[in-house]
Design a protein around this ligand. Structure first.
Ligand code: NDP
Length: 285
């Protein structure tokens, strides 16, 4: 059996993020900066855990004094299943990104949805109510954000995914809301107000299959990927004249802030951390 926390003694305020791959994760930096901002000492590590191994990693983490864990690809559904209790947000997403270990129980939550909504509304003054939204992708990220977007009372949400059955499964999942499925690459007869790229295509700088008429002046384009410099999709949107073009860095920090609040009961300042990471990105570009 792999020992995930081999050389660790017990820490008093110990957190981690688990997933594969994990080397690129910014969560340790973000949580450490949050802690510094509120004078809270904590240890936050990243640990590579593969599918099927989360239960073992959790047991070892608890023995090492761990009190809270973030999980990322590919463990979000596994984390949801392992938990003893799940928040309403996690149940609606069918996946968890934050685990709290309390009174011997594992409690799962999902902060991805409120992360993107906070970034759109608070950091970028974008109204969601009454808007037409197109989501590209139907993987874990799409699943995590749709319940939070629905709560904002948009006019409509359409989902387009390469594997159409995955988009159709999302419709089943949100049966109390009329989510619509659009065939991958199929043209829309109107231009949606907000286009969210929730595919992993930007990680390889590939473009989703959408017609150029989908984006134009007035469009808000949100690429959930957070890369150094704009993605090809962001550049493509710019060439079509989109009004606001955003990457996923703000969401990353906001979902982390929600997790920090769950663990520590304090909501940290996010704007200074987003700015810090953006400056770091531009100096690495
Ligand atoms: P998943 O692996 O669960 O889903 C990947 C999605 O991308 C699926 O919809 C898949 O379609 C689609 N896709 C992959 N390759 C192609 C392709 N060649 N052509 C068309 N579609 C493709 O990943 P996640 O949902 O977890 O993550 C998606 C993105 O969101 C990533 O960029 C990730 O970094 C980002 N993310 C950002 C967060 C943030 O805080 N900013 C938080 C979480 C995720 P199909 O079903 O057909 O395979």
């Amino acid at each position: 059996m792999k020992n995930y926390f081999e050389k660790k003694t017990r820490f008093s305020n110990f957190f981690c993020v688990a997933g594969t791959p994990i080397a690129h994760s910014k969560s340790p930096v973000i949580h450490t900066l949050f802690g510094e901002g509120v004078n809270l000492e904590l240890t936050y590590e990243k640990v590579e855990v593969s599918s099927g191994c989360l239960g073992v990693a959790i047991e070892q983490f608890k023995k090492a004094g761990g009190i809270g864990m973030n999980v990322t690809v590919p463990l979000k559904e596994e984390a949801f299943d392992i938990a003893d209790d799940q928040s309403d947000r996690a149940i609606k997403a069918g996946a968890a990104n934050t685990l709290c270990f309390k009174d011997g129980r594992i409690v799962a939550d999902n902060t991805d949805g409120s992360g993107i909504v906070r970034d759109l509304k608070l950091n970028n003054s974008i109204t969601l109510e009454g808007k037409t939204i197109l989501i590209l992708g139907a993987g874990g990220a799409a699943k995590g954000i749709i319940p939070a977007l629905i709560k904002e009372n948009p006019f409509s949400i359409k989902v387009s995914n390469r594997t159409i059955s995955r988009a159709e499964a999302l419709v089943e999942f949100t049966k109390d809301y009329p989510l619509e499925v659009l065939e991958w690459g199929k043209k829309l007869s109107y231009r949606p107000d907000i286009v969210i790229n929730a595919t992993s295509l930007s990680l390889s700088n590939d473009l989703p299959a959408i017609g150029s008429q989908t984006i134009g002046p007035g469009s808000v384009v949100y690429d959930m990927a957070y890369t150094v410099g704009p993605t090809n999709f962001m550049r493509f949107s710019e060439s079509l004249g989109a009004t606001q073009i955003l990457d996923g860095l703000g969401m990353l920090v906001e979902q982390a802030a929600e997790a920090f609040f769950l663990w520590h009961g304090i909501f940290p300042d996010t704007s200074s951390i987003i700015e810090y990471l953006r400056n770091e990105n531009s100096s690495n570009a």
